[in-house]
Design a protein around this ligand. Structure first.
Ligand code: CP3
Length: 333
């Protein structure tokens, strides 16, 4: 059994496996090298050969316990027919949301539009570099994808009151997302994903209707993944009550952000935990990094715990600090 599955399924506390969110990305010079030649981010995600190289870059360097496929949560709106672009120094920018167009997209069309993602997974499945490691597939949660599809870009400054004005549109998009996210999950598992992570990066923006926007849609996906016999990790970033979330949604493992107090959580959570460390500590000194990493390892020493961050690794992170982090986790006793 892989180290992460030992932790997830057997609830082992003997070792702390490690991987990092956004481990395949801009902090790696070898990623920046490829990115420079490939200005169109979506095209790069849909190039199975380059995407395979990028997925394996952090594995070759750090021997992480899992690879996460090089792709993006916005590939789902893309597969549904909404245009998606990544603009330099701006981030994602989505095109107009034409409901009647989206309603005519079949599961078959969707699968065809994203066939390169599934090809990527199949090509990684039997890779020697991934022996005894997990291959993580992922999706955005319905709420976070709804936010991008209606807001058209990152809601860095919050959502305007207008966001909720068309309830019929919201309900219809949520229904479509439930269908297509499940299709994307099933296709990734069939192609070789051994774990699914659900990113709800903007869950912290939900203020009302938690059942409608957070619990119900996530529970629907979690049950779907479990029925396919694969473990599922949830990351509802920024919510105030991880304990309540875990009790209602019951994922196989919960990824925490850096605003929650891990000491309180370990006493009240009865499922394995992943993550937590503020990625900014990778920008501080080695001594401080070690101290902060050990804090998490100490708190979770009797709890099944997969080491990870409380959000994606920052592009300005020095590779040397990542070696230090991995060494600290692996040598901890
Ligand atoms: O290494 C990995 O984790 C796998 C690949 C991965 C990417 N995006 C590649 C990427 C994963 C798992 C994601 C998830 C993702 N994408 C999330 C959820 C996690 C989170 O960070 O909250 C979200 C919200 C997105 C949407 C997205 N993609 C944004 C907002 C941006 C631009 C801002 C940013 O951080 O750059 C992206 C671009 C993106 N996705 C990059 C990478 C490596 C950078 C693209 C570049 O090179 O310019």
């Amino acid at each position: 059994m892989t180290p992460i599955k030992e932790c997830l399924i057997n609830k082992s506390t003997k070792t702390n496996p490690i991987w990092l969110m956004r481990q395949a990305g801009r902090y790696l010079p070898e990623f920046r090298e490829i990115r420079k030649e490939n200005p169109d981010f979506i095209k790069l995600c849909l190039n199975p050969n380059l995407a395979k190289d990028i997925t394996l870059q952090p594995i070759k360097r750090f021997d992480f316990d899992a690879a996460i496929i090089f792709s993006d949560i916005l590939m789902v709106p893309y597969g549904m027919g909404q245009s998606v672009e990544f603009k330099k120094n701006f981030g994602p920018s989505l095109g107009s949301l034409e409901l009647n167009k989206l309603q005519n997209v079949t599961k078959n069309d969707f699968t065809k539009n994203l066939s390169s993602v599934y090809k990527l997974l199949s090509s990684l499945k039997n890779s020697e570099d991934l022996e005894n490691k997990d291959l993580i597939g992922f999706v955005g949660a319905p709420w976070t994808l709804l936010v991008y599809m209606i807001n058209k870009t990152s809601p860095k400054n919050g959502l305007s009151g207008d966001f909720f004005k068309d309830e019929i549109l919201i309900n219809e998009v949520l229904d479509l997302l439930d269908k297509f996210i499940k299709t994307h999950i099933e296709n990734q598992i069939n192609a070789g994903a051994t774990i699914i992570q659900i990113f709800d990066s903007w869950a912290g923006l939900i203020q009302n209707n938690f059942d409608k926007f957070l619990y119900n849609p996530t529970l629907s996906l979690v049950n779907y993944v479990k029925n396919l016999g694969v473990p599922v990790i949830c990351f509802p970033r920024g919510i105030s009550d991880y304990v309540k979330f875990s009790k209602i949604v019951k994922p196989s493992m919960i990824n925490i952000d850096y605003d929650v107090d891990p000491g309180i959580l370990t006493k009240s959570l009865d499922i394995p935990v992943q993550g937590g460390l503020d990625p900014k500590f990778l920008l501080s000194s080695k001594e401080n990094l070690k101290k902060q990493v050990k804090k998490y390892l100490e708190i979770f020493k009797d709890h099944p715990y997969v080491f990870n961050l409380g959000h994606g690794i920052l592009p300005e992170t020095q590779v040397e600090m990542v070696y230090e982090l991995v060494e600290t986790v692996r040598s901890y006793k």
